[in-house]
Structures are given as C-alpha cells and as structure tokens.
Design a protein around this ligand. Structure first.
Ligand SMILES: NC(=O)c1ccc[n+]([C@@H]2O[C@H](COP(=O)([O-])OP(=O)(O)OC[C@H]3O[C@@H](n4cnc5c(N)ncnc54)[C@H](O)[C@@H]3O)[C@@H](O)[C@H]2O)c1
Length: 451
C-alpha cells in the first residue's frame, strides 16, 4: 500500500467523527473545532507488521540506557545489538540484557562510525539512537539506508538540511523515522490532549511550551552530557532544545494533521550563566573559565501556524531556576497552564479563578495512562518514557502508523535552525519548510489510543 493510500480523506474523516460525536466538529470556515475523541491510531505511513522488534541501540549513556531498561519490559521487544564508543558502558548494558534472560546482544564498540556495522546487521529491525545531537542524522540515515526503522532522541536534527535529509531518506526507503519525544507521553500532557479532544477548551488558538532547566552542573560535568552539550553553547545561538515544550502542544494544535508551522520569529538575550558558573566553580587559570559561549541564556521564539494559531516556545538552561516546560494550551472555552498545573473552563470553574488540575484527572486521565500505569512504574521521567517506548513497539508490531512520524521529527526539530537564523537577522521572520509537501492538509488528526 502506498503512503498516500494510508491518508484518509480529511473531509470524510471529519464527517465520520461528527457523526460519531453526534455534533458538528467543523466551523463555518471549514476549520476543525474538535477532532475525533474516538480511539484511532495515527494516520500516515505504516510498515508491514513485525512479530517481534529486534532493536539495535546506538549510544547507551544516560538516556539510551534508560530506554534499554524500558525495552527489556516492553512486550515483543528484544535488544539484539548495542553500539557505544565507550566499550565498558556497552558491556555493562549488555549484561542488563543477559540478566533479563535475553540472548546476549552483539557489541559494536570500534569507534564513532561503528554504528554503520550495526546498521548492516540482519539481526536488527529498529535502530534506536540516543547519541549526542551531532550523531542523530548520520545514525538515522545509515539505519534507514540499510533497511531498518529509525528512532532517535531529541532533537532529531540541528539544521534544516538535515531535517530534509531525514524526510527524504524515510520517504525513499519507506521506513519509519520516529523522534522519541517523551514529553508527549507525560500524564498532564496526555490529559490535556484528551481534554482538547473532548472539546473542553473549545477551539485551540494559542499554546506555550519550553525547556527551562538549569543544566549548568550537567554541562560542566566530566562525563555524560558534559562531554558534548556545552560545546553546542559555544557555537549556536538558538533554541537548541525545542521539542519537549513544543511536542505536546503541537499535537493539541494538529500540527502536520490539519495545520502546520508556517513561520517563526526568535530572540536571544545575553550569554552570562555558563561564564558565571565557571567562575564560581573552577579555580583561577582553569580552562573552563576562559571558554567563550554564544548561546543566549534565554531564547524566546514565536511560531505562527498556517491557520493563524500562535505558539510561544522558549529555551532557558544556563541560569539558576526550578524546572518548567510551561505547558499552556488555550482555546475559546478555557485553558490549561502547567507548572503548577491548573485549569480554567468557562461555565465550569469558579469565575476568573483557577482550579487545580488534579480535580480533572479522574475524568480526563488519558486511557493510555489508565491502562499502563502499573507497567510504567519506576521507568524514566515518571513513567512517560515507558509509555513512549511501549507505543513505538506496539505500532511496529501491529503495522500501524507511529504516533510521531518523520514530518513531525523535521518540523519540531527545524525550530533549532530557524530560531538561529531569525535571531541572527534581528528577529526577522523565517518560514518553515512544508516537510509534508502538502499532506498536512489531508492527514487526519491524532486520536486517542489505548494500551
Ligand atoms: N528525552 C529526554 O528526556 C532526554 C533526556 C536526556 C537526554 N536526551 C537525549 O538523549 C541523547 C543522549 O543524551 P544522554 O543524556 O544519554 O547523553 P550521554 O552523554 O549520557 O550518552 C550518550 C552516549 O552516546 C555515546 N556515543 C557518543 N558518540 C557516539 C557514536 N558516534 N557512536 C556510538 N555511541 C556514541 C556516548 O559514549 C554515550 O554513552 C541526546 O540526544 C539528548 O538530547 C533526552
């Protein structure tokens, strides 16, 4: 079946959804107000089902290791290969697999391009990439070129050219290239998505998200992300990590499924936080104290969609602050705002007053969470990483379109390069490419799935 055959006719879909709901879901101007809340997998490319998914991991550091642990608990997943430039870490993770009573996975530890040998292996269906950002595209491209599906940590790519490369190779090879945006699966985000689908907020007009996380100690560590993440702050002034804040709200706005990011403006402030941290933590003469950074400590970007909706997305990782992803979704009937989580629904909430979002969880908890809470217990980032990995494997085993596809990976990741360009041009607006090549207009919105 061709990729286009999988795309349902959008008008037909909305009519069906309207009939199922017994209510109109289309505004006078044809804009969908409320997408179908019925259970429905994602629309778009699907590959033949795999009875079991044999996974080759590339990069098994902090986050890759956490995915391996999840996959050892996901039904139908088997870890058959492990690649890392650190042989001792690869051997440690290999032992976890053996301890979980799976066959010993093959190791690929002959340096930074040894993932190419892993991608050639006949014992791998899916290459799962949790390397530093500079390796995301080379690994995914090698995987798909050798006939494997690719899953990659975030962001999928750091330049527009690389975003296009992922799209072109995935389309040509007819393979999945999924960006593993775990925040799409966090419980508040999924509850809000469910509430959006139930129409509680009316038509969604505006959203906000960001990655606001004090990473100073991590960036200066002698291991893990300290070995590569700080270097990006020396060469790129942009929103370097947009997808955690943007992924969940993009789903609420039907991005690539009825709407798309059209253009962006971006502004970065001064770069002070890392210099100050180095001064406070390293002795006189330490090389860290003379490092030069270009990354503005706070970057704010605004995106306008083709349907005129607005999104604020920020990046703030070099200053002292508590964690936040902002998480605001606002419509014609009310809004949700995160950190702390609160809800206001006109006609339901006390006038002009927030309600705690806890009050909504029982009624609007996403069915994926109610189905899988006990399975997700103890997994990374409060359990959301397990749900993310579970969904990926389920879609591959059942031959379903994945929740996120290569166009989502490209559109969300494109913010890195576009914010860099806009910021360098006194915040001039820059256009998003249409990575879907028009398919955003006919692809049905994401539905509500179960475990
Ligand atoms: N989704 C999330 O919540 C989340 C959290 C943390 C990190 N991440 C993402 O995960 C990725 C990895 O981050 P991390 O925190 O695990 O970093 P890390 O430094 O702990 O792990 C990276 C691993 O990749 C290995 N590696 C580096 N180059 C390689 C190569 N060419 N081939 C094979 N292995 C290679 C390193 O040895 C290391 O073990 C990044 O993209 C990061 O943005 C996502």
């Amino acid at each position: 079946m061709s990729m286009d055959d999988h795309l349902t006719d959008r008008r037909g879909f909305l009519q069906t959804a309207g009939a199922l709901l017994g209510a109109s879901v289309i505004a006078g101007d044809g804009t969908p107000l409320v997408a179908s809340p019925q259970q429905k997998p994602a629309d778009g490319f699907a590959a033949p089902p795999l009875p079991e998914v044999r996974i080759g991991f590339v990069g098994v550091g902090g986050q890759g290791g956490a995915h391996v642990r999840n996959m050892l608990r996901v039904p139908g997943a088997r870890v058959t290969a492990i690649c890392d430039i650190a042989p001792e870490r690869a051997a440690q993770v290999q032992k976890w697999v053996v301890d979980a009573k799976q066959k010993e996975p093959a190791l690929y530890t002959r340096g930074p391009r040894d993932f190419e040998r892993l991608c050639e292996s006949d014992d791998v269906d899916l290459v799962f990439n949790a390397t530093p950002w500079e390796w995301h595209v080379p690994v995914c491209v090698a995987a798909m070129t050798h006939g494997k599906h690719a899953a990659t940590e975030v962001p999928a790519a750091m330049t527009i050219e690389d975003c296009w490369q992922l799209v072109e190779v995935a389309d040509k090879q007819r393979k999945h290239c999924v960006m593993m945006e775990n925040c799409n699966y966090d419980r508040p985000e999924m509850m809000v998505f469910n509430m959006v689908r139930q129409g509680l907020f009316g038509e969604i007009l505006h959203a906000e998200g960001g990655y606001l996380h004090d990473l100073r100690a991590i960036k200066f560590a002698n291991r893990g992300e300290g070995l590569w993440r700080r270097a990006w702050a020396m060469k790129v002034n942009a929103n370097l990590y947009p997808t955690h804040g943007l992924g969940p709200v993009a789903n609420c706005l039907d991005i690539n499924r009825g709407d798309r990011f059209e253009y962006l403006v971006s502004m970065s402030g001064p770069s002070r936080g890392l210099q100050q941290w180095a001064k406070d933590h390293f002795p006189d003469g330490a090389p860290q104290r003379s490092e030069k950074f270009v990354l503005g400590d706070v970057n704010v970007s605004l995106i306008r969609t083709a349907r005129g909706k607005t999104i604020y997305v920020s990046h703030d990782t070099n200053l002292p602050r508590p964690y936040s992803r902002i998480h605001l979704v606002q419509g014609t009937r009310g809004l949700f705002q995160g950190y702390p989580d609160r809800v206001y629904i006109e006609g339901r909430s006390p006038e002009h007053r927030w309600e705690e979002s806890k009050a909504y969880l029982e009624q609007y908890d996403h069915p994926l969470w109610t189905d899988l809470t006990s399975n997700a217990e103890g997994a990374g980032h409060g359990g959301m990483d397990y749900l993310e990995d579970y969904r990926l494997i389920k879609c591959l085993r059942e031959g379903l379109p994945t929740d996120m596809n290569v166009y989502d990976a490209a559109a969300l990741s494109a913010v890195v390069h576009l914010s860099q360009r806009s910021n360098a041009k006194r915040s001039a607006s820059v256009d998003f490419p249409d990575f879907t090549r028009g398919k955003w207009q006919s692809t049905a919105p994401l539905g509500i799935v179960r475990g």
